[in-house]
Design a binder for this molecule. Structure first.
Ligand code: URA
Length: 437
């Protein structure tokens, strides 16, 4: 079919043959299809949707539009597994999870992203560590995965190149918010890393990428079903993002928290509960554990023995960071010039949090990007963020702000006060793990 014929079929709500979707996506990767044609196609999909078979075809075609990693030649003694998340605030899960499951025998080639909108990016956080190279040569990446069990790096140009073009066009044609297109975009990239199994963390709540709980649920189902049908067994968890997941948000501050969690501090904090649930799924999907109980036992051992922390330290060093980063992290991580508490205007109990606003405030402090070519200030952000249901008053602040200047700290403090609703009555957080698909 000519590209315009494929677009016409979708415009008229007719089924698309899988092989025609494949040819169209290959044409996008080869630059034979124009941006106008991509835009017309994505709008037709946005308006008319796609059948499950069509989404599977779009996903596999996107995955196969560039290099698909192979691991079989390395004869790794464990499964290749990974996690992906729709992103959030104070969401440092990947940083703990990757080393933790690697310490249990999994191999995790994790391709992560930078901050997007109000959400933080795992790569930006890792780049707080001096020397850490998120773009090693492909062979080096494979070596680090083999020797350490985990490597967290950035996306290179030859991974799912069709998605790069499609996403760029969607961004400027009002076609981002389409479940079939989001599914194929996320999975096209993720499945190109040659996984045996995937676990997906789809967020719900005021800091989630999806606008409503129904849409988050729909996306979770779509991703689990499409990835599994495309040959990579996948479970999707629906988890709460109605408040920052860890009690901090920023780059270096989230690395500090990661190190504490890997050392076994706060094992029952919200972020560790979510991380543990995802880890259980990965160990079961990778056949490293036969049951939830067995997985929990292995995870507990890997944490308390220091094995998970050791894996993180090795990964950092193998990718160019200091060999004594775990022991001397405060020596290596940037500190903000101004660090001060933010108090609420009235005493009371935290009722709810506009988590997106907290994330945007970190971006404005310089911790994220307003333009995609901008650099990031690793030192800024918030720590000691109180949770829903906790009390604040003139002694107990909402959070500590880390800023470049007094003026920036003051602006962030105002934004934070506006993002926190403080009231009289008790309040409780939403359920952390809301569903599994
Ligand atoms: N993240 C992606 O990679 N793609 C989307 O379409 C949405 C979020």
């Amino acid at each position: 079919l000519l590209p315009q014929e494929l677009i016409r079929l979708k415009r008229d709500n007719q089924p698309l043959p899988a092989e025609e979707i494949k040819a169209f996506v290959q044409g996008i990767a080869d630059d034979r299809i124009s941006d106008a044609q991509i835009g017309a196609f994505t709008m037709a999909v946005f308006l008319n949707g796609m059948s499950r078979e069509e989404v599977v075809a779009l996903t596999t075609a996107t995955r196969d539009s560039g290099h698909v990693m192979q691991w079989s030649d390395l004869n790794l003694p464990g499964p290749i597994v990974d996690k992906h998340s729709t992103g959030g605030v104070g969401d440092l899960v990947s940083l703990v999870l990757g080393p933790w499951v690697a310490a249990c025998g999994a191999f995790v080639p994790m391709i992560s992203g930078r901050g997007l909108g109000h959400t933080g990016g795992t790569l930006d956080k890792l780049e707080s560590i001096p020397g850490y190279d998120p773009y090693p040569a492909p062979e080096r990446f494979r070596e680090v995965v083999k020797s350490t069990g985990v490597a967290i790096i950035g996306q290179t140009g030859d991974l799912a190149p069709a998605d790069k073009r499609i996403y760029g066009v969607r961004d400027v044609t009002a076609t981002v918010e389409s479940i079939p297109l989001i599914t194929a975009s996320i999975l096209g990239k993720k499945l190109a890393s040659g996984l045996d199994a995937l676990v997906m963390d789809v967020k719900v709540g005021s800091g989630a990428f999806m606008p409503t709980p129904e849409k988050s649920r729909e996306l979770a189902k779509s991703i689990a079903n499409v990835a599994t049908q495309a040959g990579t067994p996948t479970t999707a968890l629906l988890t709460d993002m109605s408040q920052p997941l860890a009690p901090c948000a920023g780059n270096a501050v989230e690395i500090v928290e990661t190190l504490a969690l890997l050392r076994g501090d706060r094992p029952n904090s919200r972020v560790m509960q979510v991380t543990r649930e995802l880890a259980v799924e990965m160990l079961i999907a990778g056949r490293l554990a036969g049951s939830r109980e067995e997985a929990l036992t292995q995870l507990e051992k890997a944490l308390t023995s220091g094995a998970a922390a050791e894996v993180f330290a090795r990964m950092v060093h193998e990718l160019g960071g200091p060999s004594d980063f775990m022991e001397r992290s405060e020596h290596y991580l940037a500190k903000a010039d101004v660090i001060k508490p933010v108090y609420a205007e009235q005493a009371g109990v935290v009722q709810c949090i506009d988590t997106r606003a907290v994330g945007m405030s970190v971006v404005e402090l310089g911790g994220g990007r307003l333009r995609n070519d901008a650099s990031v200030d690793h030192s800024v952000g918030f720590t000691d963020i109180v949770e829903i249901g906790e009390s604040v008053d003139s002694q107990r602040p909402i959070a500590t702000v880390h800023a470049r200047s007094e003026a920036a700290a003051e602006r962030a403090a105002e934004q934070l006060r506006a993002a926190f609703s403080i009231g009289e009555g008790t309040a409780s957080a939403d359920t952390l793990l809301q569903d599994t698909f």
